[in-house]
Ligand binder design. Structure first.
Ligand code: IVH
Length: 534
């Protein structure tokens, strides 16, 4: 393999190796201050690196659970060694999705993140803390789904939609108004009604906070289209929603039917109109004609809250939208003001993250596929295993770096995780079950289709086949060209393309237009089609 530039990849290799350790569950024991300092420096680097991939590139390299594990480990160390917290820690930060291509807009009120809970006792602790702070044992909570999309702030002035802005760094975000306007259920104007249907003047200014996401059905539709075009499917609706919202041309955004849900607010002027509770807010949002939250629960004790959260987890597979947890919010707005907020999150709410579905299975083989631009994508062929309601037998390994990061070897028993995503991710290896004779996977130096020496392009994880005449690339290019995303040639499917390329009837796309009737007769699907059509 010719490696043109490895600098950035090599620079991050140690980070990946480290994240593999965390992912495979090497829990740190009690550390001495010097070791803790070193570990914290490493963890900060990792979190910053994965933040960049997740927020700016919409292309995470590790699962949410693995990322959360990094942040939690750092957070525990920061609590144990407060003297070692240097400046602003990434555990406090809420990421930054600004990508430098949109006009920036400053939110009137900051967009905060949410504190997270991962266990029943943490959730009970949240309730106990609020009870102590407010000196009450009659607190009422609203339990909402935690939508897995991209946070936005939508501003209406005197009832007219004026702007949609991403969270950005919480202070200012990307102005994505033109793209948000493609969302069918985002009204340009509020209907001046109260929840009971009576007339109700709209606020002078309101910043509504919510999530832009892709419903599962739409995500699946886009992936079917994408795969028909010979392209690797998108791994997760969240990344696809974020990537779509950040496209520069709204005409490309419109066909992907993004959706919006509103679950909170920032500025509300005049403030006399503020709702008294989260329930009243939801009712008002719907009365205005906006996409409000259809299903939420009410919890009047820690037991009821826990039961409601578990119920959401149970219902999750049947929901039409991607959800990665439940958000528990104090209902009464006046009590929220009393407990206030930390630098990055309100104290009156917590996000309970659902544990992803995980299973162990054997990695039978790693096959390498060639895409239409020549990129080699390794695919894990797995011993079929049931996960999240589906039988999984394949998982993408993304690229050569991902394989090196996890040291995934053929024959290994691997942990597969499916956190709602259609494409399962391989988390790590059960090293205890590794065969003594196993060897690290050697990424091919030659294209599996045309045997050309592969190349690695500067600043990319991708390894490519550089041969423009490579038949695997040609097949993929023709597939893409003939698909709905291209010029849509009916009947020109993979089998026919295969035959045309194998028989050297097409060597490039223009050859498609030089084909004659006689060339086609007898090829897969052609004769039967013509006979039934005549
Ligand atoms: S309330 C002040 N409610 O989760 C915090 N957030 O991890 C306001 N999210 O930044 C957020 N569903 O992007 C809230 N029902 C819901 C949510 C929700 C998804 C997102 C939101 C937030 C992130 C925190």
């Amino acid at each position: 393999m010719k490696i043109f530039t490895v600098s950035r990849v090599a620079g991050f290799m140690w980070l990946w190796l480290l994240s593999a350790l965390v992912v495979t569950g090497a829990a740190p024991g009690p550390l001495q201050p010097e070791a803790a300092r070193e570990r914290m420096v490493l963890l900060r680097g990792q979190v910053a690196y994965h933040d960049e991939l997740y927020y700016k590139k919409s292309a995470p390299a590790i699962t949410d659970a693995a990322y959360d594990a990094l942040k939690r480990e750092l957070s525990v160390l920061e609590q144990q060694f407060p003297a070692l917290v240097a400046g602003i820690s990434p555990t406090d930060s809420l990421g930054d999705d600004r990508n430098g291509t949109f006009q920036l807009y400053r939110h009137r009120e900051r967009m905060q993140s949410l504190a997270k809970s991962y266990t029943e006792s943490e959730l009970r602790g949240f309730n106990a803390r609020l009870g102590r702070q407010l000196q009450r044992n009659d607190l009422v909570y609203i339990i909402e789904p935690k939508f897995d999309g991209l946070a936005v702030s939508v501003t209406y002035e005197r009832g007219k939609l004026v702007r949609a802005v991403t969270r950005g760094n919480g202070i200012e975000g990307d102005d994505v108004t033109v793209n948000a306007l493609t969302i069918a259920d985002l009204p340009r104007e509020l209907s001046a009604k109260a929840p009971d249907g009576s007339a109700n003047p709209v606020p002078d200014v309101i910043e509504l906070r919510g999530e832009i996401y892709l419903p599962w059905a739409e995500f699946k539709r886009i992936n079917v289209e994408h795969e028909a075009a010979g392209e690797a499917p998108f791994a997760h609706p969240r990344n696809l929603a974020a990537g779509t919202l950040k496209l520069s041309d709204p005409r490309e955004v419109a066909p992907r039917k993004l959706a919006l849900v509103l679950y909170g607010w920032g500025a509300w002027l005049p403030s006399a109109g503020l709702p008294v509770s989260q329930r009243a807010f939801h009712a008002q949002v719907r009365a205005w004609g906006l996409p409000g939250l259809a299903g939420y629960s009410v919890g009047r004790s820690a037991d009821e809250v826990w039961a409601a959260v578990q119920e959401f987890d149970r219902l999750r597979p049947g929901l039409a939208f991607p959800v990665d947890g439940a958000v528990v919010k104090l209902d009464a707005v006046v009590l929220r003001a009393e407990v206030g907020a930390t630098e990055h999150a309100p104290r009156w709410a917590t996000a309970y993250k659902f544990a992803p579905d995980r299973a162990e299975t054997q990695l039978l083989a790693i096959t390498v596929q060639v895409g239409r631009s020549g990129v080699l994508t390794p695919v894990a062929e797995l011993s079929p295993v049931s996960l999240g309601g589906a039988v999984i037998s394949r998982a993408t390994l993304h690229n050569a770096d991902e394989i090196a990061r996890g040291d995934f070897r053929v024959g290994d028993f691997v942990y597969v995780e499916k956190a709602g995503e259609i494409i399962p991710a391989i988390l790590g290896v059960n090293v205890a079950r590794r065969a003594a004779a196993s060897r690290p996977f050697q990424f091919p130096n030659a294209c599996p289709s045309c045997q050309a020496d592969v190349v690695r392009v500067a600043d990319e994880s991708a390894v490519r086949c550089p041969n423009l005449e490579c038949s695997a690339q040609l097949r993929r290019r023709v597939q893409h060209f003939a698909s709905e995303a291209g010029v849509e040639i009916e009947g020109l499917g993979p089998a026919l393309i295969d035959a045309l390329v194998t028989k050297a009837l097409i060597r490039d796309l223009p050859d498609l237009y030089r084909l004659r009737r006689d060339d086609l007769i007898g090829l897969p699907g052609v004769v039967r089609r013509w006979r039934t059509g005549s």
